[in-house]
Design a protein. Structure first.
Length: 470
């Protein structure tokens, strides 16, 4: 998201091994699997009632449209942080939307334990114990399949969130949803750090979950987006008023998307399979598909993706000489001219030295997948140039003249001759998106290709849980 200077980096402040969080204290998952008539099709949709509460600025979590069997446990977790001059502070929201500062005292559940474990069959409870490697806080908000759940964003204000402002001082975070008995574990380390759920490598790996990224400021402006930067768990749709446009809607089913990921090849198909079947709705066999960012983010990863872009980088580095410079234009920072000197990609602006992107080894493929390190360093001007380079390599659109100003065309994959390597995971999700927009790598907001909404004086926001089988 680039509007108003709020892009994905603001939504992810503090997210990672430590970061932002929110809590309400649970609602039991209970029970085992819901029956599935006919062995494969899910039980009938439960149907829709009205909203469960009223609110001044309703954030509605609508699980009444999904095709999950009735009785399936669904939970929301809304967490965020505010940057202040005194430091960052993490909060969780309760079922009313009231923020509460995170505290290590919230970690009331012992490592290896979780609600609902007694109802599981076989060795499933023992398998899922690894999902909770540390004492953890239950920040879940129960979500009904028959009645829309409403949280009041009006409770996020300068009285409840000291230091709340605009820009980087907005409340920024995530709206997670999980499906099935295993809840998402959050372990608070202090008032400014916590262990967040991750798609791969505990904690939370064995929870079926996905999320929305968002920010909400002191003026009531909401910015949010759906995302497949790290994973694809299940469809989530996002909309709002006034002036929102529905985001996150797919033109194919969850099973079809997972099959399409498998068709990309072994390097791209590193999915997490269900290993404790009684903890999830019947018919769910895969928890998530991992993105190239998550695959290459593994500490010991050494597969083919680690060199995927190397030949393209070397080819372009050989071309960007004093007589054939690369020009990169960014709306915020202006135009830069780059050449490779002594193996380093060095830029000038207006004839004066400006910045250096990468050293003699070029831009590593892992940096392109991650949009990190050599593509996320230095000051704001450097990062603006780097994000354009990162997006161009991911989209197979590297050229001698790149920009994020007045971009045209679609998601820009393989549109340059000769054909270049590109990120097929990102291409898949742009193609599967009903409006062609997706957030499938960290700088997919370049050229406004990301599925975002930006609401001024927000009246309402709706997050809809999509379908799992159809």
């Amino acid at each position: 998201m680039s509007q108003g200077g709020l892009n994905r980096r603001i939504f992810l402040l503090g997210v990672g091994a430590t970061g932002i969080l929110a809590a309400c204290g649970g609602g039991g998952g209970g029970g085992g699997r819901s029956a599935v008539p006919g062995g494969g099709a899910p039980a009938p949709v439960c149907g829709s009632g009205g909203a469960s509460a009223t609110a001044l600025t309703p954030l509605t979590i609508d699980a009444t449209q999904t095709d999950l069997p009735c009785g399936t446990p669904v939970y929301a977790y809304i967490v965020g942080e505010v940057q202040t001059s005194a430091g960052n502070r993490q909060y969780r929201l309760d079922s009313r939307g009231t923020p509460h500062p995170m505290s290590a005292a919230d970690n009331t559940l012992a490592a290896g334990t979780f609600p609902g474990s007694a109802g599981l069959s076989g060795n499933d409870a023992a398998t899922l114990a690894a999902n909770y490697p540390q004492p953890w806080a239950d920040y879940s908000i129960p979500v009904s399949l028959t009645t829309k759940t409403v949280v009041d964003l009006a409770n996020l204000n300068t009285s409840t969130l000291p230091g709340l402002g605009t820009g980087t001082a907005a409340f920024s975070g995530r709206i997670y949803l999980s499906v099935g008995i295993p809840k998402l574990p959050f372990t608070v380390l202090s008032g400014t750090q916590y262990t967040a759920p991750v798609p791969l490598g505990e904690p939370g790996q064995l929870t079926l979950f996905d999320w929305i990224e968002f920010s909400y400021d002191s003026n009531g402006q909401f910015n949010g987006n759906t995302t497949q930067v790290d994973q694809f768990g299940f469809p989530l749709l996002l909309d709002g008023t006034p002036g929102g446009t529905l985001q996150g809607q797919f033109n194919r089913s969850r099973p079809a998307i997972l099959s399409a990921v498998a068709a990309l090849g072994a390097e791209f198909d590193q999915s997490i399979a269900v290993t404790a079947a009684s903890a999830y709705p019947a018919g769910i066999t895969t928890l998530r598909a991992l993105s190239p960012k998550s695959i290459t983010g593994q500490s010991l990863y050494s597969g083919g993706l680690s060199t995927y872009f190397d030949s393209a980088v070397q080819s372009w580095y050989a071309q960007w000489t004093a007589t054939n410079p690369v020009t990169v234009t960014d709306l915020a920072s202006g135009t830069f001219s780059g050449t490779v000197q002594g193996g380093a990609l060095t830029f000038t602006q207006g004839g004066a030295p400006a910045l250096t992107i990468a050293g003699r080894s070029g831009i590593p493929s892992v940096d392109i997948w991650q949009c990190a390190n050599s593509l996320a360093s230095g000051g704001s001007a450097a990062k603006n140039v780097q994000k354009i380079l990162a997006a161009a390599f991911n989209r197979g659109q590297v050229s001698n003249n790149m920009t994020d100003v007045n971009c045209s065309g679609g998601p820009f994959y393989s549109g340059v001759s000769p054909v270049q390597p590109f990120n097929p995971w990102a291409q898949l999700f742009h193609q599967a998106s009903s409006n062609g927009l997706a957030y499938a790598f960290p700088y997919d907001d370049v050229c406004n290709q990301n599925p975002s909404i930006s609401l001024t004086a927000t009246q309402s926001v709706t997050v809809t849980l999509g379908k799992f089988f159809s």
